[in-house]
Ligand binder design. Structure first.
Ligand SMILES: [Zn+2]
Length: 439
């Protein structure tokens, strides 16, 4: 790739760094090769292609550590019956009327829309969990083609459980395994094994997944205690809480990423921390499903560094940062919890840790040039002391004007270049209607 120089109005490399005025980056082969003043960048690299973002604050691209792109098709979907709690929501509505009905065209249209939302909103990397047991074989590769065309960085997987039967679970596990093998050296799109919960997977199925994880030396993702339902069911069935159940089965290690972790107690947090388990936090969707408040401040205090996820619900990292910041203050009646610096880190450096990608999440020499530019036109002064707060709490999707992944410009002047938004919306509307009318 040609060399690029991005001139910035200001540069914020991470939550812990100082705002640098009139500073930009030099990009070579998709990586950040240097950080310097705009003047020096221009004189040192006269032949590099210039991206003039001197009206923008440059910062690391946001990282969405857990989402379901297919979930976008359910936005506005007519209700089926009345669900009062989490398991009813899954069993009476989400499984039969959404997950089980998804086919290839629906999944691809939803992925394209999700990619549009993310590029528009400054998300440069994401982890997507497809939950579609009846989708055709090879669906992950179809998703990968959509993501590749959009230009984003992604970890893709299809969820394997025994909800339908053991054979289906094993087929989906094997599909993840082959996707992981095929993308081992792919810096943009990779895979992860994926199981569901302690109430939809048996002990022997989790052991099989754990063995596969060891054989492939890969990562595994699962949903953990999204509401009080899972610990209650696990206690009734096995006499132990889910974190202890997985621990007895030998699954936990730093190769495992859990999402949700809402109904976990302090002993469970200790085990998650001690085993190095990575965590993704979804503050908004936890509200949507009546799940409760994840004990994120206690996790952070213990040493866990969670990432943030949109869960395919409200697909804006800015909304999720605000929610992560605010919800805990209300829940714990404590103004000191969830400082903006932590929230900003969750969406950037900690998000990179959650995805086990030490080469993204921060603007740093040698890291991938995944960066975004945010307008510096603010209603109150922007300075070194308040930059993190101005971004994490007071900015929104429309303030993002530039999105770059691996040095490629995916959005410029607020216009997404890699996708035809009109067609993406048309397809999503069409496929959503097919889904809604299929029940
Ligand atoms: Zn989820």
């Amino acid at each position: 790739m040609a060399e690029r120089v991005v001139l910035g109005g200001a540069l914020l490399c991470s939550a812990d760094s100082t705002l640098q005025w009139d500073t930009g980056v030099w990009i070579k082969d998709g990586l950040i090769a240097g950080i310097d003043s705009n003047g020096l960048l221009c004189s040192d690299h006269p032949h590099a292609e210039l991206v003039d973002a001197r009206d923008l604050l440059l910062m690391p691209g946001l990282i969405n550590t857990h989402m379901h792109s297919y979930g976008l098709l359910s936005h506005g979907m007519p209700a089926h019956g009345v669900q009062r709690e989490f398991f009813e929501l899954l069993d009476d509505f989400w499984w039969p009327y959404v997950e089980d009905k998804l086919d290839g065209p629906m999944i691809e249209a939803a992925m394209a829309l999700a990619c549009y939302h993310m590029i528009r909103g400054g998300i440069t990397s994401f982890c997507d969990v497809l939950e579609a047991p009846n989708a055709p074989e090879g669906i992950l590769e179809s998703e990968a083609n959509v993501v590749r065309a959009a230009g984003l960085r992604a970890v893709l997987m299809t969820e394997a459980s025994e909800r339908i039967d053991r054979a289906r679970g094993e087929r989906l596990l094997a599909e993840n395994a082959s996707f992981i093998r095929d993308h081992q050296n792919d810096e943009f799109i990779s895979g992860m094994l994926c199981t569901h919960t302690s109430f939809s997977c048996s002990e022997s199925f989790i052991e099989l997944a754990g063995q596969t994880m060891q054989d492939l030396e890969c990562d595994l993702h699962l949903h953990l205690s999204e509401s009080a339902y899972e610990p209650k069911a696990c206690l009734e069935r096995y006499g132990e809480r889910p974190v202890m159940w997985y621990d007895r089965l030998g699954l936990w290690s730093n190769s495992v990423l859990v999402s949700q972790a809402v109904a976990v107690d302090s002993d469970e947090i200790d085990i998650l921390y001690e085993r190095g388990v990575r965590v993704s936090h979804q503050p908004i969707s936890n509200c949507e499903v009546g799940g409760g408040f994840a004990p994120v401040p206690a996790m952070i205090k213990r040493g866990i560094r969670p990432g943030l996820g949109t869960d395919g619900y409200v697909n804006s990292a800015f909304e999720v940062m605000r929610a992560a910041h605010l919800i805990q203050k209300a829940a714990l009646q404590d103004l000191q919890v969830m400082p903006t610096r932590d929230v900003f880190s969750m969406a950037t450096t900690w998000g990179a840790q959650a995805l086990a990608r030490p080469d993204i999440g921060e603007i740093k020499q040698g890291h991938w040039a995944d960066l975004i530019g945010i307008t510096m036109v603010t209603d109150t002064p922007l300075n070194s002391h308040n930059a993190v707060e101005q971004i994490a709490i007071y900015r929104d999707v429309e303030h993002v004007k530039l999105t770059m992944v691996g040095g490629n410009v995916l959005m410029k002047n607020g216009k997404v270049l890699s996708l035809d938004v009109k067609k993406v919306r048309q397809d999503a509307n069409q496929q959503a209607l097919r889904l809604w009318e299929s029940g």
